[in-house]
Design a protein around this ligand. Structure first.
Ligand code: NZQ
Ligand code: ZN
Length: 388
């Protein structure tokens, strides 16, 4: 393991069919005023809302609702949430939904009592909150982002055409998260498979860095193999508990900091994907799948050994009679085959991107230094063009 790291993950997870029974226990730890945040109404259709409201009422809580969090939550909506949280001096924020709802809840929790401009402070500057923040609890209904056990909060600033992730640090991870795989059964297929690809992408973003022998990489390979196996079961039978529960657990470990330990990490697929999202409002996982092939082909020549390892350890590519580059490329083809099987977006045109939008998307892409090949702006344009 290269480098120094600190690992601290304070989120308490309740996992399984009975996980919701622990909500009351957790609610007892907080004051009476609870802000309930949710999305566009799926929780009202599938009955999760009724279960949550009953528990809140049994626990004697005063509930302040903030519904209507959209996929890819916006800064305008965040400001609205801050007014509700601060105006009612809430003791706890309970997020019931997918990554968008949980990200937004963390954003409100850290911004509501902040006197300055939260967008500038937390999303542009990347500062950690130093003042009062509100505890967040989560009931997860959609799998993919890992937001249930991390400090991430991705917000879209529609005025600036930017979609940016803040990381609020371990003091502001959800205090508890309730993970019942059955709650994810009603997720529409498009969202479900986008979530599967998001998980894969989170693992690859951390895996494709460094040249050392690193335990985090072995953990990442195990997670990718489990995801590939279970996702192929889940697309045929979305109510297969074993598959959906394995995927839920994999998603959490894919982005709860563990497999990033001792790794410099990459994250350029997310940077480009988020810029695409800012200009199209497309589903997050699909923005990643659409640009991945072109991106990985770009960096492969600088990391043939790692891509070969990926091919062999994740996809079981047979090395006999092939040179390293051929094996590495076969790994990428196996990834592509799997993407096609689960049915994610394979190019940007599917997401409404046109050639005349490429320059603006490139302008919105935050370029970060990566382990194998740091892209130039021209490289970003080429990846986008090759992904059309
Ligand atoms: O809004 P409702 O009506 O609830 O419908 C949602 C939404 O339309 C629906 N849904 C969720 N659970 C459901 C369900 N429909 C039926 N039954 C259920 N049980 O699914 C749709 C998508 O939900 P959303 O929360 O947007 O999806 P996801 O979990 O993929 O979250 C995406 C957001 O997370 C950010 C993304 O950028 C995007 O904004 N990310 C957050 C990260 C983090 N915190 O670390 C990292 C990720 O890379 C990602 O960037
Ligand atoms: Zn993601």
């Amino acid at each position: 393991m290269l480098g120094n790291f600190t690992y601290h993950n304070p989120t308490k997870l309740y996992f399984g069919k009975d996980a919701m029974n622990f909500l009351a226990l957790e609610l007892l730890r907080y004051g009476p005023r609870v802000m309930l945040i949710y999305g566009g109404g799926s929780i009202k259709k599938n009955g999760i809302y009724d279960k949550v409201i009953k528990t809140l009422s049994d626990c004697g809580k005063q509930v302040f609702e903030d519904p209507g969090v959209m996929p890819n939550p916006t800064l305008d909506k965040l400001r609205e949430g801050c007014r509700i949280a601060k105006g009612n001096d809430v003791d706890l924020i309970l997020a019931v939904g997918g990554g968008s709802v949980v990200d937004y809840a963390k954003g409100v929790a850290c911004s509501a009592h902040f006197d300055g401009d939260p967008w500038h402070e937390f999303w542009e500057k990347g500062a950690l909150p130093s003042g009062k923040t509100i505890p967040v609890g989560c009931v997860l209904t959609m799998v993919g982002t890992g937001s249930e056990m991390n400090g991430g909060s991705v917000i879209t600033n529609t005025e600036k055409g930017m979609k940016v992730g803040a990381n609020f640090g371990s003091d502001n991870y959800p205090r508890f998260s309730i993970l019942n795989p059955e709650f994810t059964y009603t997720v529409p297929r498009y969202q479900m498979v986008a979530g599967f690809y998001d998980i894969m992408s989170h693992i690859m973003e951390q895996y494709f860095s460094g040249k050392d022998d690193n335990t985090s990489d072995y953990m990442a390979e195990a997670l990718m193999r489990s995801l590939v196996h279970s996702s192929l079961i889940a697309i045929d039978n979305p109510t297969d508990y074993e598959a959906r529960s394995n995927i839920m657990w994999t998603a959490t470990w894919a982005l709860n900091d563990a497999i990033g330990c001792g790794k410099s990490q990459d994250w350029m697929v997310h940077m480009i994907g988020q810029a695409v999202g800012a200009h199209t409002n497309a589903t997050h996982g699909m923005t990643l799948s659409a640009v991945s092939k072109a991106y990985y082909k770009t960096i492969l020549p600088y990391a043939v050994e790692k891509f070969k390892r990926f091919a062999v350890n994740v996809w079981g590519v047979d090395c006999a009679g092939k040179d390293d580059e051929a094996i590495a490329l076969e790994g990428l083809s196996a990834l592509e085959d799997w993407m096609k099987k689960i049915g994610v977006a394979m190019n940007l045109s599917e997401l409404g991107v046109r050639e005349d939008m490429i320059e603006d998307i490139a302008d919105s892409t935050i370029i970060i230094e990566t382990s194998y090949k740091t892209l130039s702006r021209n490289d970003v344009v080429k990846v986008l063009m090759d992904s059309l």
